[in-house]
Ligand binder design. Sequence first.
Ligand SMILES: Cc1ncc(COP(=O)(O)O)c(C=O)c1O
Length: 455
Amino acid sequence: MLRMEIIQYNLPQSRIPQAWYNILPELPRPLAPVLHPGTLKPIGPADLAPLFPMSLIMQEVSTESQIEIPEEVRQIYAQWRPTPLIRARRLERALDTPARIYYKYEGVSPAGSHKLNTAVAQAYYNRQEGVTHLSTETGAGQWGSALSMACALLGLECKVFMVRVSYDQKPYRRALMEAFGASVTASPSVETESGRAILAAHPHSNGSLGIAISEAVEVAAKDPGTKYALGSVLNHVLLHQTVIGQEAIEQVALAGDEPDVIIGCTGGGSNFAGLVMPFLGRKLKGRGNARIVAVEPAACPSLTKGSFAYDFGDTGHLTPLVKMHTLGSTFVPPGIHAGGLRYHGMAPLVSHIVDLGLADAVTVQQMDAFGAGIQFARAEGIVPAPEANHAVAETIRQALVAKAEGKPRTILFNLSGHGHFDMQSYIDYQAGKLENYEYPAEEIAMALAGLPAVP
Ligand SMILES: Cc1ncc(COP(=O)(O)O)c(C=O)c1O
């Protein structure tokens, strides 16, 4: 009789982590402080209070390594967590590689991606502090869907500024957000001062995450009943994603394996950090030795081509200054289909670990990303989100290197979401309508020339 191969390494509901994992206390150097753009002095919790509830602000600066997950949040996580760890045996065979490939599949969340891990937590803490309305931005629509769903579950109103190019490319994402009860506006919009300023200068602007963030922050700053929620970049967002890596550590052990390389795509850095930080914490304590690789689009290469400098998190300059890898806050990335990767900056924490030499960064072109996504879909039966295709492409590249060298290696990557609402981009790819974008060197140089002067 044929012996069945194990494909999924699953954990019971009781193994949903009890705490989020904060790597900050383990790092050899602390993060650079967040600065007030006027005084250039470090900001304090009170400066952020108009935008975020105090519990999230305290998580942002916490030096505790474990932060307990509230029972109600764990209970909601149980709708889809623990997510499966899947051995990509069919892809391994298709590539004829000696590499063992595993992926943590976050696309099983009802919103379709990892974003729900932090959306539920953020909606919960806001509701605890009496907030009734949240405003946010969304690039690909995954974050907006996740926050809309979390707000529906926790009884909050949600207002989403959706980057114009995605709003046009992905009407079903918009419909999903509206089904969850959110109100969705294409950004740049005439509803905010920052949106109107951009439209005055660029009436046909495609929008960008940096612009949509300005609009959402402005709405929250002007309305005492509304707070702002960010889908990536900030420490507390990355923290909430660490349920991914903590589960994966247990699951890889169930498989009797240990990764040699861990891969995640990076837009603002949250799914990457969520998978890798728990592994990195172990590595810093002498357990495991995996190489950690961040994958970004060649059209928006903040980690590989950006400056590690203080910059604004948004285009309208409403946020404080954070030290991060940045392409300049006025840089509007080309309209690649991986909308969630079109951000000029990178999470300060991810920037910091790259600067410390604890992680590497590589780029992938749009066509290679979609080619990899199709290859993955045909082997594994899952159509990845365009963002996740970047991680798939790097995984395939590494598996082929293992083949060329004739050496096995264990590769783990984060399949951060499915692409069921991104089929237009697959239609365009299959019809030969997608293109690579050259690295927009001149535009980036111009945007970097405008970096704020911080001594
Ligand atoms: C499926 C998916 N993966 C990755 C990303 C990139 O964001 P982050 O780097 O914060 O994980 C996004 C953002 O929208 C996304 O939707």
